[in-house]
Design a protein around this ligand. Structure first.
Ligand code: ATP
Length: 312
């Protein structure tokens, strides 16, 4: 008798921008204590998970050449972690993952984490696991601090390493322009640079996250624009001084405000409206301060099946 091969499952997963990122002290485990507000954006990756004779990772799209296609790929790590969690380790080698990347690689928008989250959702659909998002988020947290947020999406307050999440009410859609840099930045290097800057002096720190929560509930992009803040920005700009020019150019082009996204180097600009975002993106793209630009809106939902048998 022939075994029935389940049809492939495709999952769409959002990127994130940190509206507020406060970096505290280094903990005993080497991680920094974080307080952050994430927003999930409509700039997405698509991940297809399928049954296969052998483990395969294929990567297409934005920055594909710099993404590993072996067991180091975060999507493959997610396959192994979920297989171990449900006691199916022997089947972890029988999965093919295809990544279609829209999220810049090493761009501070958690693209690898997004792929890991999408793979968890895709594999649980492929294997028809009865496993809720909360249980998946425990597996997600073992893969990286930003992976649980990519599962839930929306807008959320993250504490700990960023993996302990509480949803934040965000009224209305916010409109964003993203400026991609020529090359990525390594997240550990950016944290290292922040430690160096703090050892040498006292770079400014963001204040409380409470006003950001209020601005989100008011839904006023002008109020939010005044409050965007990221403790990693000084470190990212120190490693990539050209980002200062990019941030200035976005505001000169009509954005309400700009911030380095996470550990950078992508710069994220909040705009008054969808129309304004299109204008800012076009002007920035022509200003010679970045590789390319994209428009996006947020908040959007977390990793969701969009194709295959389990599509809505
Ligand atoms: P974060 O914002 O979470 O710090 P990032 O967006 O800056 O992350 P990623 O795109 O997640 O960075 O990639 C960081 C590194 O991880 C890349 O340089 C790449 O070598 C490796 N990597 C492993 N798996 C993936 C994946 N599926 N997609 C992208 N990069 C991956």
């Amino acid at each position: 008798m022939l075994a029935v091969v389940p049809p492939p499952v495709t999952v769409r997963v959002p990127s994130k921008v940190n509206l507020h990122l406060s970096v505290g002290d280094v903990r005993d485990d080497g991680f920094h204590e974080l307080t952050t507000i994430f927003q999930a954006l409509s700039l997405t990756d698509e991940v297809t998970v399928a049954a296969s004779e052998e483990p395969v990772v294929e990567v297409y799209g934005e920055g594909a050449k710099s993404v590993p296609t072996d067991g180091d790929n975060l999507a493959m790590r997610a396959v192994r972690a979920l297989a171990a969690h449900v006691g199916r380790e022997d089947e972890a080698d029988k999965v093919r993952v295809v990544l279609r990347k829209g999220i810049p690689v090493a761009g501070g928008m958690a693209g690898g984490s997004a792929d890991a989250a999408a793979t968890l959702v895709g594999l649980s659909a492929l294997w028809k696991l009865e496993i809720g998002r909360e249980e998946l988020s425990h597996v997600a947290a073992t893969l990286g601090s930003d992976v649980p947020f990519a599962l839930y999406g929306g807008t959320a307050l993250g504490t700990g390493r960023g993996e302990e999440l509480v949803p934040v009410l965000s009224r209305h859609q916010f409109h964003w322009v993203l400026a991609f840099d020529q090359r990525g930045l390594s997240t550990p290097k950016v944290y290292g640079e922040l430690d160096r800057l703090r050892a040498d002096g006292d770079p400014p720190r963001v204040g409380s996250h409470a006003p950001v929560v209020e601005a989100l509930s008011s839904g006023d992009p002008r109020q939010l624009a005044l409050l965007l803040g990221n403790d990693l920005q000084a470190a990212a700009v120190s490693l990539r001084p050209g980002l200062r020019r990019t941030l200035r150019a976005g505001v000169n082009a009509g954005a309400l405000a700009g911030t380095v996204s996470g550990s950078g180097p992508t710069c994220a600009f909040v705009c008054e409206s969808a129309e304004s975002a299109l204008e800012v993106a076009a002007e920035l793209a022509g200003a010679g301060v970045c590789r390319t630009t994209r428009v996006a809106h947020g908040p959007v939902p977390g990793a969701r099946v969009v194709g295959g048998e389990d599509a809505p």
